[in-house]
Every structure is written in C-alpha cells, then in structure tokens.
Design a protein around this ligand. Structure first.
Ligand code: ZN
Length: 273
C-alpha cells in the first residue's frame, strides 16, 4: 500500500506544472500556486459571509489552515480569504458586502469574481484543455449525529457536467461509466480505510457508501465552486465536507492531516494516471 501510494503520488507530480497565471489576484484572497501537482484546493467559507436571501453563512473554522497545509503537503495550490480579511470580519462580527459567497454566485457575477478568476488563472497555468487537473473544495459541516458521517464527498458538479455532455440532462444515474463514478470508487477505496482506522466514515456515493446529501450542486441560477471549476476546465472536482471534530483533529495531528490529503491525491491518481 505504501509503495503503491508513493508510486501513484510520483505519477501525480510528473510532469511538473508550469503554473504561470497572468495578472494579480483579488486582494481579498490569499492564493498559493501549485508547485508539483495539478491540484488546486479552495476554502471559501472560513469567515462569516452574506448569502443572498438567507441568513449569513457561518464561519467554517480551520478550513483555510487545512487548505494551505494540504497544499503544502501535496505541492498543490490553494486559495482562501486573506488572513487580514478574516481577522477584520471576525473582529467586527459582520460580513462584508464585497466578500460575496463564492459557493453561491449568480452567473452574471462569475467573470468579475476573484475566486472564479483564481480558478481560471491557475487552471490556465496547469496546461492545455486535455490536461488532467483536480479541484478540491473544502467545507465544514456539523458533527454527527447531525450528519451520519464525518466526511461527505460531493461530485455532483462532475456528474452534472458529464450528464450535460452526454445530452442526457442532469438526471441521476447519468454518466454511469464516467470519471465521476471512477473517482467516487477510488475515493472510497483510498480514503475510507484510512478514516476507518480512526473510527470515522464517509459518504461518496460509489459502490460502498451512500450518496452524500451535500453534493456540490447549487440551484440552477447559482454556482458552487466545483460547478465553476468544472466549467473552466478542471477534469475532476470534489466538494469535501468535513465535521468540526475531524477538522480540529487534522489541525492538531499532522500525520492524520497528511494521510487524508494523500488519500485524496492518490485516489485521483488511480483514476487519471
Ligand atoms: Zn461551506
């Protein structure tokens, strides 16, 4: 397992990307570029945000730290709200109008949005249209028993795009032989045993686990981060919902955190290399 994981990880890193996005990023964001993998990790909800027509979206604590640390471990890029912006919002206790929820954007605002721009710029630096690239979007969910499991892996955006490409609409079951199905199964095979060893479980909706409730797809007029990344050319995208207790454990335990990040990376490698 260790040798296979190392081989797969090596495959992920070859050839190294030449990530040279043009232009500056939105100053509200902290963007770190990929250094040796074709993976980009985001954490869009690590501060209080306005959500059109809803109560404010609450801070999903630890997700920025995990995005950057996963990125460091994998040689992946990462994007979070800048630390000074998060501090300002935390101290004031109120969301800022300029900080739109990037997981709930209207189509009309995508082009001018800093998060969407970061997804596009990093993707452009990772190679041509046929380059395989993974976007991992990190979120915080409530602990069980509110949800059945500590990890929900949402591949709804990939599935939706595969269904649309097949001309079948976004119906369930479309893309049965598609990349989303392969990735669901690979994630179950790689991540589930690693979590089980610590007493946690996941939902990915592959052959072994139930479909997650939180699957990365918004209403038809709104776009999640994974819907946006798939639209701009990431071949694979996963929305990762993690319980508070798992996030906290991963911040405190580097070994657990690195095993989690590596399992996602290796599962993806299993599918594409
Ligand atoms: Zn979230």
């Amino acid at each position: 397992m260790a040798a296979a994981a190392a081989a797969a990880a090596a495959a992920t890193t070859a050839p190294p990307p030449t990530c040279t996005p043009a232009g500056a990023f939105d100053p509200l964001l902290e963007v770190r570029l990929p250094t040796r993998s074709r993976i980009f990790i985001s954490a869009p909800h690590n501060m209080r945000l306005h959500r059109d027509g809803h109560d404010d979206h609450q801070d999903e604590v630890y997700t920025s730290t995990l995005a950057h640390k996963f990125g460091q471990h994998l040689g992946a890029g990462s994007v979070c709200w800048a630390a000074e912006v998060r501090k300002r919002v935390r101290e004031s206790g109120s969301a800022e109008a300029a900080a739109r929820d990037p997981n709930f954007l209207l189509r009309a605002e995508l082009d001018a949005n800093g998060w969407n721009a970061a997804l596009r710029a990093v993707r452009a630096g990772l190679g041509g249209a046929d380059a395989r690239c993974l976007h991992v979007d990190l979120h915080g969910a409530r602990d069980p028993p509110h949800w059945e499991v500590d990890v929900q892996l949402g591949l709804g955006a990939m599935e939706q795009a595969e269904a649309a490409a097949a001309g079948a609409g976004a119906g369930a079951g479309a893309g049965a032989a598609g990349e989303a199905v392969k990735l669901r199964r690979a994630l179950e095979a790689r991540l589930r045993p690693m979590l089980a060893a610590k007493g946690w479980d996941l939902q990915a909706g592959g052959a072994e686990t139930a479909r997650p409730t939180l699957n990365g797809v918004a209403t038809p007029d709104r776009f999640t981060m994974t819907e946006q990344s798939v639209a701009v050319g990431y071949s694979h995208a996963i929305q990762v919902e993690m319980s508070y207790r798992l996030r906290k454990a991963m911040v405190e335990e580097p070994e657990l955190r690195e095993a989690f990040a590596a399992a996602i990376s290796v599962a993806w490698s299993d599918c594409v290399f």
